[in-house]
Design a binder for this molecule. Structure first.
Ligand code: SAH
Length: 249
């Protein structure tokens, strides 16, 4: 089993696979200025087991295409939707975010929470723009520095984990250079990280290790998670996810 497949198994039974909340998704919808009477066509890229897909489908009419690399996540998403009352219709698509079978200007909205780092922010926002209609909305959350300077221990850790780690102002500049108008942005709260993501993740380590703990790669994943959480507790004033809401001009 590859490292990414092991990670998929670790995250499979959790409600979300990255920091976020229903409130944050709804705040991003408000900043996007959505019209709840209108029918939208939306792609939710890197949807995982569908935490934000569900919020979108409850809030908006129209059609949502929920995209992820892993069928296992998409299956969980489908099971979850069976038990929910939603307004939008939802279908799943197993595809890679950097090679999507969409047509030019197909979507009113492209949504992506905690996932664009898999292809890099700059690549992602430029590539996905082609699938948005003129005036369409991109809403994307991305790990970002909150200050101009930070402790070197922290800098080294994150630059090792994610080469495109950059300040909020830099993420906004990338969106502007790609031809978007930035309508708003905000920073994910502590609750989005701890209650909604890290605490459930730490709680799933025991079961994961009892199944895969004989594999070095699995033990390594658990170690990396633990140090990531410790870093977050120590340095959360310096970084978070920024949620960026932008309009294609
Ligand atoms: N949006 C969800 C999941 C975030 S985790 C949430 O916030 O809970 C990142 C997601 O991106 C995972 O579901 C992972 O399977 C998916 N992913 C990773 N690489 C991908 C790729 N190349 N194409 C599509 N999805 C990918």
């Amino acid at each position: 089993m590859t490292e990414i497949e092991l990670m998929m198994h670790l995250h499979l039974n959790n409600k979300r696979q990255g920091p976020g909340s229903e409130e944050a998704t709804n705040l991003a919808l408000n900043l996007a200025g959505v019209d709840k009477q209108k029918k939208y066509k939306i792609a939710d890229i890197g949807c995982g087991t569908g935490a934000q897909t569900l919020t979108l489908a409850k809030a908006l009419q129209g059609e949502i295409v929920a995209v992820d690399l892993f069928d296992e996540f998409l299956k969980k998403l489908e099971e979850r939707f069976e038990k929910e009352e939603v307004v939008a219709s939802v279908r799943t698509l197993s595809a890679s975010m950097d090679s999507l079978p969409f047509t030019e200007e197909e979507f009113d909205m492209i949504w992506s929470e905690g996932a664009v780092y898999n292809m890099g922010f700059e690549n992602g926002v430029n590539y996905w723009k082609g699938f948005l209609k003129k005036g369409g909305i991109l809403a994307v959350s991305e790990l970002s520095w909150l200050t101009g300077k930070r402790p070197s221990e922290l800098e080294e850790f994150w630059v090792g984990e994610y080469a495109e780690m950059a300040p909020v102002s830099e993420k906004i500049r990338i969106l502007e250079n790609a031809g978007y108008k930035v309508l708003g942005h905000f920073i994910l709260s502590d609750e989005c990280w701890l209650e909604n993501y890290y605490n459930p993740l730490l709680a799933s380590h025991a079961g994961f290790l009892s199944q895969y703990g004989d594999m070095e790669a699995a033990r390594q994943i658990v170690e990396t998670d633990r140090s990531e959480v410790a870093f977050y507790q120590k340095y959360k004033d310096y970084y978070s996810y920024g949620f960026y809401i932008a309009q294609k001009l």
